[in-house]
Design a protein around this ligand. Structure first.
Ligand SMILES: C=C(O[C@H]1C=CC=C(C(=O)O)[C@@H]1O)C(=O)O
Ligand SMILES: [Mg+2]
Length: 463
């Protein structure tokens, strides 16, 4: 691979990978179910699997096993660390494949400075991996790649063993019966620190009225207990059934599995074209067409929701202005209608400037005021102060980047952490001057709905 493919302005001299060789081999295979491939790795690769499907369903990636792991330890430089390590590693690619690139998949925690004890024990501040076996389905074609990152110069035997395992996985995925996954049986549903959540909204609203911040996103968690452990494949299946019009992602870290079906793109880069989505401001769907349209119109003209949205548009436009040219931002939001909820939505596009990369955009965008607030640092410190939980990877960037610098990150909302027989679900909302705790509380219930339905935790009077 040509080292110049990456920005030549990367001045961090990284010698860590000079001794490594990064071998890749890709074959085209008959199309198969991505979930069946994920499931085929249940025994050999459990704890080290990844799943991604974009909102448009034109790109699906499944990763099984880790050829290489990148974990960033420095809370202040984690984006840089991942970026420079990935660039260095890509320089060691021995042979370039024409159809698909090796992918680095993973995510970041929402706030590395939040020290609140949490259930996210297996997830470091940044957790990325190059899969040993990578299935990519795009343009109606399927490819399986093997990746081997090694210091050994003679790795013929290792590669032979990987080919055998690849063929086993493909065969298992192609001949497996389509599994019927049962809805899990929920034995208990707990609202975590509901009173603290309501109190935090009151406090934050006061702080906003006192002009110490303009917007702060406050969230809360629900816990579900299951009669028996829920498999990662089954959780993904349920999420895709319930929320097909979203990004679908899953990231395993040992016995824990973070997954979700989010409508929100943080940023995508393809051939140096960058695209982000401003998504903030919400109202439920109506039961009839008339009511639905009426609610949509109400959302479009509601002052509080428009202000929630505008902070996001301004911030994303500003970040795009710093990293790209030809920035386009529609003047007024549209509606994004998904199964349970309607959102205000504004796409932002631009052409990356030389020297700017996808991970630079991720670093500067996260968290947008759709998940953090405005101003960013004040909002983060208010969240640390008033939100009595640790978000872990909820509301943080999860996604992928390939060896050419193309990739996409979603904002990991409408998500849950699966921890054997328990699941933690998260939802929040943008608090502005005229927010009320009751309305925000109701809004979180609507946002919990897709994951609750997927995990069988909805009450019988909820749909
Ligand atoms: C924080 C969440 O949603 C964000 C994204 C869209 C709309 C939002 C809102 O209207 O408050 C939130 O900013 C969540 O789903 O947990
Ligand atoms: Mg809102």
């Amino acid at each position: 691979m040509n080292p110049q493919q990456y920005s030549s302005t990367n001045k961090i001299a990284d010698t860590r990978y000079l001794k490594y060789q990064f071998y890749t081999e890709t074959i085209e295979v008959s199309r198969m179910s991505a979930l069946a491939f994920f499931e085929a790795g249940e025994k050999q690769h459990k704890g080290k699997r990844m799943f991604w499907q974009n909102r448009e369903k034109t790109f699906t990636m499944v990763g099984l096993g880790h050829a290489h792991i990148l974990e960033a330890l420095n809370p202040h430089g984690r984006f840089e660390e991942v970026k420079s390590e990935w660039q260095s590693l890509c320089r060691q690619i021995v042979n370039e494949e024409p159809d698909v690139q090796p992918i680095l998949f993973g995510g970041f925690s929402f706030d590395p400075l939040n020290k609140t004890q949490s259930v996210w024990t297996n997830f470091p501040q940044a957790y990325f991996a190059v899969p040993a076996f990578q299935l990519v389905i795009k343009d109606d074609r399927a490819y399986v790649s093997i990746h081997l990152v090694t210091k050994k110069t003679e790795s013929f035997n290792d590669f032979e063993a990987l080919r055998k395992e690849r063929d086993r996985l493909i065969h298992a995925a192609q001949v497996s019966e389509l599994k019927k996954y049962e809805k899990p049986l929920v034995t208990k549903r707990t609202e975590i620190k509901k009173d603290d959540y309501l109190a935090s909204i009151r406090k934050v609203t006061e702080v906003i009225k006192a002009k110490q911040a303009e917007k702060v996103v406050i969230s809360r968690a629900l816990k579900l207990d299951f009669a028996k452990p829920l498999s990662a494949a089954s959780a993904l299946y349920q999420a895709s059934e319930e929320q097909p019009e979203s990004f679908l992602f899953g990231l395993e870290a040992g016995s824990q599995f973070f997954f979700g079906a989010t409508p929100e793109r943080l940023v995508k880069v393809k051939d140096r074209q960058a695209l982000s989505t401003c998504l903030a401001g919400s109202i439920p769907r109506g039961r009839t067409v008339e009511r639905d349209t009426q609610l949509g119109e109400e959302l479009l003209s509601d002052k509080k929701n428009r202000s929630e949205h505008q902070y996001v548009v301004s911030m994303i436009s500003k970040v795009f202005g710093a990293h790209s040219t030809h920035v386009s931002v529609p003047k007024t939001p549209k509606l994004m209608k998904i199964r349970d909820i309607q959102h205000l939505y504004t796409p932002v596009e631009g052409e990356l400037m030389p020297g700017s990369t996808l991970l630079d955009l991720v670093r500067d965008l996260h968290p947008t005021p759709a998940l953090g607030g405005e101003p960013k640092q004040e909002a983060l410190s208010l969240i640390r102060q008033y939100e009595t939980m640790n978000r872990g990877y909820y509301a943080a960037p999860v996604g992928w980047i390939d060896a050419k610098g193309n990739g996409e990150f979603a904002v990991a909302i409408r998500s849950a952490l699966l921890n054997e027989t328990e699941a933690y679900l998260y939802a929040g909302g943008g608090i502005v001057e005229d927010s009320t705790p009751e309305a925000e509380y109701d809004e979180t219930w609507v946002k919990f709905r897709p994951m609750l339905r997927a995990l069988g935790g909805q009450l019988s009077d909820e749909s």
